[in-house]
Design a protein around this ligand. Structure first.
Ligand SMILES: [Zn+2]
Length: 470
């Protein structure tokens, strides 16, 4: 709370927020008025939220049926008409779509985009396989930005308060600088960048852009920049933080103090605790794939993330597209209630996750989902043929204080090989034996396991360090 009020008193914050308010009143940059509405929505009663969601879904179905040939034909072929739905449970009759289906439909102009002008595209980073493009009008882009702001404000940060970000080299903000992909870009790029540097006071750190982790000089640059600009909020990916911690420890450097940290990823409770202590920070999470900004965000209770059901309808399904129960891991399927240019209706994102039934103690009636369980295609398989989520495998390694970073990979024969960067050379055997025991319990006997101490972990093509992959 201390930080929240301190941040709130910054005169720069008042200037930026007033500026946004004026823009919303007199220009098409309406993000601030959308944001105020979203802020209000999070405190509506659950009944009011459910009503709002239903009303917005109905409108989406009606307009989509009228304007988008792809969905009209798809629904017709399944003999279903969502305009006649009278209950949320009816949605289960609608077909689920994925990146592949949508990309094909785009190529066949199934969304009628050829008739539109004045839109811009966002694309996914390609980590889930297909690089997928989503068009946004400027008006929708303003709504997505408002959703982003709500996620950020939930941690106590405000516009005008300093921030820093350390992502991965394939992030489109770098316009292909490290990947050589010249088509890498964000929608409405120039406006976005001005907002981030002026209003978010955001410093962008140089991400790892070699083939593997382990480059101390790069990590030193992160440390120096963070120490010099001491941001109130730091946004990063799961692998960067343990690497930074290890570097600070090895060189015996003064600790950093970062009030709020957004980590896009999932840690085991013990690693989470340790990182919060080490950086004297409060860790936040958000679920915000590129194409659907602001699906869920964490509050200061930190039991998972609130699902933004005023903007997105989120489902958790089994492999036969039936809903799973609370706490069970299912594939995440999202309906975006804002993008009418290219509607995403029951869109399989390519991630697995779980939800909780109980409401959050912070008082927001928006329902909770857990931290993400990983990508669908990286799920492991047990000897008995059951699926194991990447987060379950990762937790076993993250629980070990001697492990810095790692990569567990399962091949087609189900054999698992794990590369592990240890903090010290002492205690490797003991740690290894513990990891082995827990993995055998999780995956079942009969799965060949090999644990290999390593000096570095190979990065994915987009610069991410993937903890668990299939
Ligand atoms: Zn809460």
């Amino acid at each position: 709370m201390g930080y929240l009020s301190k941040a709130a008193r910054t005169p720069y914050t008042c200037c930026v927020e007033s500026g946004y308010q004026i823009l919303a009143a007199v220009t098409p940059c309406r993000a601030w008025s959308h944001f105020l509405e979203l802020q209000k929505n999070q405190w509506l009663t659950r009944q009011e939220l459910d009503d709002l969601r239903w009303q917005r879904l109905k409108q989406l179905f009606t307009v989509t049926h009228e304007t988008i040939p792809f969905y009209r034909n798809l629904w017709k072929s399944c003999n279903v008409d969502p305009r006649k739905f009278d209950d949320l449970s009816n949605l289960l009759d609608l077909p689920v779509v994925d990146k592949q289906i949508l990309t094909r439909a785009q190529q066949e102009d199934g969304f009628g985009l050829s008739a539109h002008k004045g839109y811009d595209v966002a694309h996914t980073s390609g980590t889930t396989g297909i690089r997928f493009q989503i068009p946004f009008t400027f008006a929708t882009f303003q709504k997505k930005y408002a959703s982003h702001l709500r996620q950020m404000y939930a941690c106590g940060w405000r516009l005008g308060v300093s921030s820093a970000t350390l992502h991965y080299s394939g992030h489109s903000q770098f316009r292909g600088k490290y990947t050589g992909r010249a088509d890498d870009r964000e929608p409405f790029m120039n406006m976005r960048e001005s907002a981030l540097s002026v209003a978010h006071r955001r410093r962008v750190l140089v991400p790892y852009h070699g083939r593997e982790t382990g480059d101390d000089e790069q990590v030193r640059a992160w440390y120096t920049t963070l120490a010099a600009c001491s941001p109130y909020m730091f946004e990063t990916l799961d692998f960067n933080l343990p690497i930074l911690k290890d570097f600070i420890e090895r060189y015996n450097l003064p600790r950093l103090h970062i009030p709020k940290t957004f980590v896009l990823g999932t840690y085991s409770p013990s690693l989470r605790c340790e990182l919060q202590r080490f950086f004297s920070t409060e860790l936040f999470n958000r679920y915000s794939p590129h194409e659907i900004e602001g699906v869920a965000f964490s509050c200061n209770v930190h039991r998972g993330m609130h699902m933004a059901i005023d903007c997105y309808h989120t489902e958790f399904l089994d492999r036969r597209n039936r809903p799973v129960g609370p706490g069970e891991i299912g594939e995440i399927v999202v309906t975006d209630m804002e993008n009418y240019l290219m509607p995403l209706i029951r869109y399989r994102v390519g991630d697995v996750g779980h939800y909780y039934e109980e409401p959050c103690t912070c008082g927001r009636p928006m329902p909770l989902m857990g931290d993400l369980d990983g990508r669908t295609r990286d799920c492991f398989q047990t000897a008995a043929g059951l699926m194991v989520a990447p987060s379950q495998v990762a937790a076993i390694l993250q629980d070990e204080p001697e492990v810095v970073v790692f990569q567990a990979a399962q091949d087609q024969s189900l054999a698992v090989s794990i590369q592990i960067v240890f903090r010290n050379t002492t205690g490797i055997e003991e740690t290894g034996a513990r990891i082995r025991r827990r993995l055998e319990k999780l995956l079942g006997a009969g799965i060949p396991l090999s644990l290999n101490p390593a000096r570095s972990i190979r990065l994915e093509q987009n610069g991410k360090c993937c903890f668990v992959k299939r």
